[in-house]
Design a protein around this ligand. Structure first.
Ligand code: SF4
Ligand code: SF4
Length: 319
């Protein structure tokens, strides 16, 4: 929880810092100049997918938003090694959703469950969205078009466009976000569970993770506290190893188990203390960022004068 809310605060700090950076150029230098935090590129996952294709197909590592690809790769590696830990430990949307369903539980005394058949049907949506984006970018987009995208002015200020999405939200976007927030009050992790293609991708990779929740059948008393607490609705008490693509490694089930040494996160079948998992998550994330910084794949190649020219045009680009 400390990691989650700490990371959310860090994202808010980056957002404010970036907004001040953009304001400097929008006011033609009338307001103070602030340093641009490359971490905001983590909010450009589709662009990162295009960068990934450029890198895989032509060995070209995007220099305009290199942190977008570094963060994307970091989250993929995290999923391969430590399940969907990005979703439950780092993702600001996941943290807000968790806050909402916990609030809903306080207000209404419980969270609600969607009928089983409808739940399965809805869960397909995030995989369909993932398939759509993966096909569009990885299969259908020619390498020349990928390079043209990555060198176009639109990509250069994609982060500014993302900021404008939040600061000047349209009525339609506002209604959709409000609807999702209200649904999240009633249903646990509505967006993550049914709609997030990023989570779907990480979930599929997490199936290969050597770390998983493991239940000791001998000491388990069958109380079902783990299953009742699991935000992903996994029947933990019926399994020996939790191998589900829905498991985020949040460790809520471990926290709720009353029997000592019965439920634990394990690495290659060896149970680990819960604290070590949070350490692994933080270390993996920090290593990814550090690698990006030290290898020169973190700061943008855009210059002050590029931003001076492009940011005032942001509203017109892409229309
Ligand atoms: S509660 Fe346990 S089984 Fe459920 S998502 Fe979290 S770690 Fe996975
Ligand atoms: S909470 Fe612990 S004891 Fe209860 S069913 Fe789950 S693993 Fe078994």
């Amino acid at each position: 929880m400390l990691v989650q809310w700490g990371f959310l605060c860090w994202c808010l700090f980056l957002g404010i810092q970036f907004a001040l950076f953009v304001r400097h150029f929008e006011t033609f230098g009338q307001t103070a100049y602030y340093w641009r935090p490359p971490g905001v590129e983590g909010f450009l996952p589709i662009g990162a997918l295009v960068s990934l294709k450029a890198w895989l197909a032509g060995g070209y590592f995007d220099r305009v938003h290199p942190a977008a690809l570094v963060l994307f790769l970091t989250f993929l590696v995290m999923a391969l090694l430590a399940r969907k830990s990005f979703c439950s430990w780092l993702c600001p949307v996941g943290t807000l959703e968790e806050g909402l369903w916990k609030l809903g539980r306080k207000l209404f005394g419980r969270n609600y469950h969607i009928w089983k058949w409808f739940d399965v049907l809805l869960r397909v949506t995030k995989y369909a969205l993932l398939l759509f984006f993966a096909k569009l970018v990885l299969l259908d987009m020619p390498v020349l078009a990928v390079k043209a995208f990555l060198t176009a002015p639109y990509w250069a200020i994609a982060d500014v466009k993302m900021l404008h999405f939040f600061t000047g939200m349209s009525n339609t976007s506002l209604v959709i976000i409000l609807a999702l927030a209200i649904l999240s009050l009633f249903y646990q992790n509505f967006w993550c569970r049914y709609l997030c293609p990023y989570g779907a991708l990480l979930g599929m990779l997490s199936l290969y993770s050597p770390m998983k929740i493991q239940r000791n059948r001998k000491s388990c008393n069958g109380c079902e506290a783990c299953s009742n607490a699991c935000p992903a609705g996994i029947k933990v008490h019926q399994l020996r190893d939790v191998c589900s693509a829905e498991c985020t490694g949040c460790l809520t089930c471990v926290d709720h188990c009353p029997e000592p040494d019965t439920l634990a996160i394990s690495l290659w079948q060896r149970p680990l203390p819960a604290w070590s998992f949070s350490l692994v998550v933080i270390l993996l994330f920090a290593s990814g960022v550090l690698f990006g910084m030290l290898s020169g794949h973190w700061e943008t190649s855009l210059t002050y004068s590029d931003y001076q020219r492009l940011i005032p045009l942001a509203e017109r680009l892409g229309h």
